[in-house]
Design a protein around this ligand. Structure first.
Ligand code: CMC
Length: 433
C-alpha cells in the first residue's frame, strides 16, 4: 500500500502573496496547520465559529477519533478502563499521566479520603439556596465558594505539592457537595462522609443513607456508578473543558476555573442533555409512545425539537461510551429487577433513528447521554441531578486539563473576531437632551 506523504509545510496563497505555514502532526497522526504566525505574515486571521476546525491546544491526556469511534485516556482504551479499572485509578491516571503502583494508588486514595469533609461554614451558603434551586446552579456557586475557604491554595502558579493538594481537595469534596445538594432537594438533613467507604460508596452513602453507619450499598449500583464516572472522566477539548482551560489561562484559581466548567456543562447541548433525554422519553411515553412521530419532529426544520442524546460534534460513528452504557443499562436494570418502560421507548427510538435516512446521512448516533439517565434513574437519582453526576465524573478531566495548561504555561486565551457592526458614525443626542 502506498504510504501517505505528509508535507512539512502548508502553502497558503493570498492574491500574489504566498506563505508557508508549518504542519504539526500528533502522536496518533492527527494533522494540523500551525497558524500562530498567520496574522504577522499576512494580516489575516481565521474564522471558525464553534471552533469546528480549530485545535486550541496540544494535549497528552485524551485521544479521540470520532470517525472510528475511539476514546483513550493516556493511551488506554476506554473499554478496558471501564471493565478493569476504577474511578480513583482513572483519576490518578488523568492527573499524573501513568497508572499508579499499588503504593501510589493507596497513597492517592488515602489523601483523597482525608479531605472529604467540607468546612461547616460552607453549609451557611448552601442553606441560603431555595430547595428547588437547580443542582447545577448550586454546584457552580459552591465550587466558587470553596475558594474562599482555602486562600492558601488560590495561586495557580504554586509549587507541585500545593497544586496537588488543591486538586485532591476538590476531588475529595465534590461528592460531599453533590450529596448535600440531593439531600436538600428532598428536604433531608445532609450527611457527613464516612471514610471507611471508598469514593463511590461514600458518595452513595451520603446521598441515600439515612442514619450513620446503617447504609449498605448494593454492589451492582456501586459498580454501575463507578463505570459511569469513568466514562465521563475526560473527553479532550469540549465546551466545558475548554472553558476550564480558557478561564484558567487568565491565571484564575482552580476552583473558579472548575466552577466555570460546571456552568458550561449545564447547557442542554452539552451535559444538560442527560436530563433532557429522560424528559423527552417521558414526554413521548405520555404522548402515547408513538416513536415515529417524534423522529419526524426531530427531522422537521420548522420544529425546534431535537432528538436529545443523539448526535455529537466529533463522533461520526457510534460514541464508544454509549455502547458501554447501553450494555450497563441492560445489566443494571435486569440485576435490580427493574422494568422501566422508558428503556423500551429509548430502544425503539434508537432503532427508528438509526434506520432513518436523515440520521444516517448526518451520521447521528446515540451519545453518552442517551442511556446514562436510565441508569441514574434506576439508582434513584431525580432527573435534575443527572448533569451534576456528569460533573462529578468529568472533574478529574477538568483538573488534569487545567494542570496541563498551567504546566505548559499556555498564554491567556484571547480569540479575535471579524467585526460586522456599524462603521464609524457621529454621536447625536436622541434620548438625552
Ligand atoms: N436531532 C435532530 N437533528 C440533529 C441532531 C439531533 N439530536 N443533532 C444534529 N442534528 C442535525 C442538525 O439539525 C444539522 O442538520 P442540517 O445539516 O440539516 O442543518 C446536522 O444534524 C448537524 O448538526 P449540528 O447542530 O450542526 O452539529 P453540531 O456539531 O454543531 O452539534 C450537538 C452537536 C451534540 C450539539 C447536536 O448533535 C445536538 O444538539 N444533539 C442533541 C443534544 C445532545 O445530545 N447533546 C449531548 C452531546 S454528548 C455529551 C457531551 O459531550 O456534551
Amino acid at each position: 500500500m502506498k504510504q501517505k506523504v505528509i508535507p512539512q509545510n502548508a502553502l497558503l496563497k493570498l492574491g500574489d502573496k504566498e506563505v508557508e505555514l508549518p504542519v504539526v502532526i500528533g502522536t496518533e497522526g492527527e494533522e494540523s496547520i500551525d497558524i500562530n504566525k498567520l496574522r504577522d505574515l499576512t494580516g489575516y486571521i481565521t474564522l471558525d465559529s464553534g471552533y469546528k476546525n480549530t485545535g486550541a491546544t496540544k494535549s497528552a491526556i485524551t485521544f479521540l477519533d470520532g470517525e472510528l469511534g475511539i476514546l483513550r485516556y493516556r493511551g488506554y482504551p476506554i473499554e478496558q478502563l471501564a471493565e478493569k479499572s476504577n474511578f480513583m485509578e482513572v483519576a490518578y491516571l488523568l492527573f499524573y499521566g501513568e497508572l499508579p503502583t499499588a503504593d501510589e494508588y493507596s497513597d492517592f486514595v488515602e489523601k483523597t479520603t482525608k479531605h472529604t469533609l467540607v468546612h461547616e461554614d460552607v453549609k451557611k451558603f448552601f442553606e441560603g439556596f431555595p430547595s428547588n434551586a437547580h443542582p447545577m446552579g448550586q454546584l457552580c456557586s459552591l465550587m466558587c465558594t470553596l475558594s474562599s475557604f482555602y486562600p492558601d491554595s488560590l495561586n495557580p502558579n504554586a509549587g507541585k505539592e500545593e497544586i496537588d493538594l488543591t486538586m485532591i481537595r476538590i476531588l475529595a469534596k465534590m461528592p460531599t457537595l453533590v450529596s448535600w445538594i440531593h439531600k436538600k432537594s428532598i428536604g433531608h438533613q445532609v450527611m457527613y462522609p464516612l471514610n471507611k467507604y471508598d469514593y463511590v460508596t461514600n458518595f452513595l452513602y451520603m446521598t441515600f443513607g439515612m442514619r450513620s453507619e446503617d447504609y449498605i450499598a448494593d454492589p451492582v449500583i456501586v459498580d454501575a456508578l463507578d463505570k459511569l464516572l469513568i466514562l465521563h472522566a475526560d473527553h479532550e477539548q469540549n465546551c466545558s473543558t475548554s472553558t476550564v482551560r480558557m478561564v484558567g489561562s487568565s491565571q484564575a484559581n482552580p476552583y473558579a476555573s472548575v466552577a466555570a466548567g460546571v456552568a458550561a456543562l449545564w447547557g442542554p447541548l452539552h451535559g444538560g442533555a442527560n436530563q433532557q433525554v429522560i424528559e423527552m422519553l417521558e414526554k413521548i411515553k405520555s404522548d402515547g409512545g408513538n416513536v415515529a412521530k417524534w423522529v419526524e419532529k426531530a427531522k422537521d426544520k420548522n420544529d425546534p425539537f431535537r432528538l436529545m442524546g443523539f448526535g455529537h460534534r466529533v463522533y461520526k460513528n457510534f460514541d464508544p461510551r454509549a455502547k458501554i452504557i447501553k450494555q450497563a443499562c441492560d445489566n443494571v436494570l435486569s440485576k435490580l429487577g427493574i422494568h422501566d418502560p422508558i428503556l423500551d421507548i429509548a430502544k425503539q427510538l434508537e432503532e427508528a433513528a438509526l434506520k432513518d435516512e436523515y440520521f444516517v446521512e448526518r451520521k447521528l448516533y446515540p451519545n453518552v447521554d442517551f442511556y446514562s439517565g436510565i441508569i441514574y434513574r434506576a439508582i434513584g437519582f431525580p432527573t435534575e441531578m443527572f448533569t451534576v453526576l456528569f460533573a462529578l465524573g468529568r472533574l478529574p478531566g477538568w483538573l488534569s486539563q487545567w494542570k496541563e495548561m498551567r504546566e505548559s504555561n499556555e498564554p491567556i486565551g484571547r480569540p479575535r473576531q471579524i467585526y460586522v457592526g456599524a462603521t464609524e458614525r457621529d454621536y447625536m443626542n436622541i434620548a438625552i437632551r
